[in-house]
Every structure is written in C-alpha cells, then in structure tokens.
Design a protein around this ligand. Structure first.
Ligand code: SF4
Length: 369
C-alpha cells in the first residue's frame, strides 16, 4: 500500500522516482482586511504513480486550497506560500518553477476537475473546440488530430454519439454530461495526475455513482494517479487507497483507507464516522460533533480540535500535538492520546467509539469490511 507520509528525501532534493507527487511542509495563507488567514498549515504527504489519495475534510479545512496551491492557481498576493514549502511533481519542484513552465505542466501532466463544470466550461465554444484547443496547445498536434482526440476523450467517458456531441455547447448538456465533459477534458492529454475537487457534489446520487465508477475505470485504464478531494467519507471508501483527514488547515489523521475508516485514531475522524446516518439508527438521535470549526483568526492555542473533543484534558490546551504513530507503519493521528502521556486514556476513547459505531454500524457505503 502507498505511503502517505512525505518522502524522506532531504530538503531541496527530488523524492524517489516512484513518488509522483511529494508535498513537503506546505503552508498557504491569505492576507485579508482583518489580518492573515493560515489556510494550510505545514502539511506533508506523497502520492505514488498510479495510486489514489483522498483528502477529506469539512469546508474551510484547507483541502481545496492545498489543491489550488499545488496547481499554482492562487493569486499571490493575497495568497502567500510559506518559506520552506516544497511541492515535487514528477521529479521537479513546481512551486519555484517559472510560471510559463508550470503552464506547460498544467493541463498536460496534471489536470484538475472542479465541482461545478458550468463555471469551468466556456459557454461560447463547443465542447469539441475546448478540448481540441487544449490538446493542440499541450501536445503540439495538428487541428485534425486534436479534434479526433477530443472525440476519443468524449467516447472514453461514455458519452454516446461523440461525433455529434463534440459540436454541442455546454448549455445543451445535463449536469452529469457536463461533468463527464470536464473529465474528458482533464484526460485528453493523458495526465500523470488527475486532481478532482468534489467532482460529484453537484450531482444527484445516481449520476454520482456513475461518475465515480467512470473515474475509477479510466484511472485503471490510463494508469493516472488520482488526488480526490471530498467531504464525503462514502466516496472515499469507494475510491481511494490512502486517506488524509484535514481539520482547521492541518492533517489530523492519515493512513490507508481501511485504517482510517475502520480503525480511526483521531477523535475528529471518530466523530465524523459516528455522525454518518445509518439504517439501524432510524428513529434514534444522530450523533454530531459538538461546536463549530474554529475561526482561523482565533485558533485554539494547542490542539485545534480541543474545544470540540470529548477526550480533551489539560495537556490538549497547552501542548501542540504532532502527528504520532497510531497503528500500522504509516497510520498517524494528531492527538496526545497516542503519546505516553495519553496512553492511559486511549482505551476508553476507543471503547466509546466502538460502542457508538456498533449502535449504527456506521461504515460509509462501500466501506471495506
Ligand atoms: S489532542 Fe486532546 S483535544 Fe486534541 S484530539 Fe487528541 S484528545 Fe482531543
């Protein structure tokens, strides 16, 4: 199974060749009227070629900002990237790369699918023109070859009559079709990495399932790596090899999908899993994580989850937790329960979680038992 911890290559040197994306100590913040908002705070992870990593978190957790920073799609300023941040893609450090070089990589070697295709597709050009333009630009092929490739991409994503469909405009298609077009566009240059930010959130449940199935089958066929950003643990259970859970700009848990969903070790992840409705809980009260995500201007001084955590004690208010080993080799949780000081409290927390889960058998749909 893929490791999700950052590769151990020294600062400023490329990671192992097998690692396609290596994010090291990434910090992104925004300057706003009231001060500086730290949106992503010192996160590190890596993704091997051909594998799938899910980033899960609520709105404001920093997961989309992470993707936009990797793609270099943020305006700087107001955004700024902290000193010491590194993003290695396919052997190159891309944060320090001239923006013209980055544009060549973007769309060709790394493609991004956004949540709402209508805002990403140009309404005044046919979808064929939009895909072909991108292919022509990045692969330097003739107009005819680019057009043929546009038709092939549309066929690949399962849209019937691709020769006719490429001549249509975005408004002539349904939401599900447009999302397929976005995926076709993303895949048209056969990228090594596909970043999908909430690709199914705007779609109804049946179409969601089709799009996820499509992403999975295309990934298997093309060998692209997939970075999937979502708030939906069910989607994660279906799709990914490894998971990162983010809260208030930090990674709070990371591991394989089985470790994180079946044996969560960070109280935040436990709370997320306990709050998923299930058939067995019908008629009962849904459990919810109490309180709200802290304001980025007023973060708790030590553990950022402390005001909402049912297991908090004095140490959580005074000592900043690191990412500690919490099970398998690469399973980590940002929580003092996994330090010698918290070890005595850990069994009770695990027991409470198991009771909560057994009440509802809350595995997200597709969870691998
Ligand atoms: S460090 Fe303390 S407050 Fe934070 S998640 Fe762990 S137990 Fe809860």
């Amino acid at each position: 199974m893929t490791e999700v911890l950052a590769a151990t290559a020294p600062v400023g040197t490329p990671p192992d060749r097998e690692i396609l994306l290596d994010v090291r100590n990434l910090r992104t913040s925004f300057k706003v009227l009231d001060g500086i908002v730290p949106a992503v705070d010192d996160i590190s992870f890596s993704l091997r070629r051909g594998q799938t990593l899910g980033i899960v978190g609520e709105s404001g957790s920093g997961k989309s900002v992470t993707a936009l920073t990797i793609m270099r799609l943020l305006d700087i300023p107001p955004a700024s990237i902290g000193d010491g941040s590194e993003v290695w893609f396919d052997g190159h450090e891309i944060l320090s790369m001239p923006i013209d070089e980055m544009r060549k990589i973007r769309g060709k070697d790394v493609a991004m699918i956004f949540q709402e295709p209508l805002t990403s597709l140009n309404p005044v050009f046919t979808i064929g023109d939009q895909i072909a333009e991108q292919v022509e630009l990045h692969l330097r092929v003739s107009k005819k070859e680019a057009w043929d490739r546009a038709i092939e991409s549309i066929r690949l994503v399962g849209i019937p009559s691709p020769e006719r469909r490429v001549k249509q405009y975005p408004h002539e298609m349904s939401g599900g079709m447009r999302q397929r077009v976005m995926i076709a566009m993303g895949l048209s240059c056969e990228p090594k990495l596909l970043i999908a930010d909430e690709p199914t959130t705007a779609l109804d449940v049946t179409i969601q399932a089709q799009i996820l199935e499509l992403l999975k089958s295309i990934q298997e066929r093309t060998g692209s790596a997939l970075l999937l950003i979502t708030h939906d643990l069910g989607v994660v259970a279906e799709m990914v090899d490894n998971v990162i859970v983010m809260y208030a700009g930090q990674i709070v848990e990371q591991g394989t999908v089985e470790e994180v969903l079946l044996e969560p070790r960070a109280p935040y992840t436990m709370g997320l899993l306990e709050s998923i409705p299930s058939v067995e809980k019908r008629g009962g009260r849904l459990s919810a994580i109490k309180g709200v995500v802290p304001s980025p201007f007023n973060l708790p001084p030590a553990c950022r989850f402390e005001p909402r955590c049912p297991y908090a004690w004095d140490r959580c208010r005074t000592v900043i937790p690191g990412l500690y080993r919490a099970g398998g080799d690469n399973h980590r949780a940002r929580c003092h329960l996994h330090t010698p000081e918290g070890a005595g409290r850990l069994p009770a927390a695990l027991e409470r979680h198991h009771v909560a889960m057994n009440v509802g058998r809350n595995l997200p749909s597709g969870g691998r038992e």
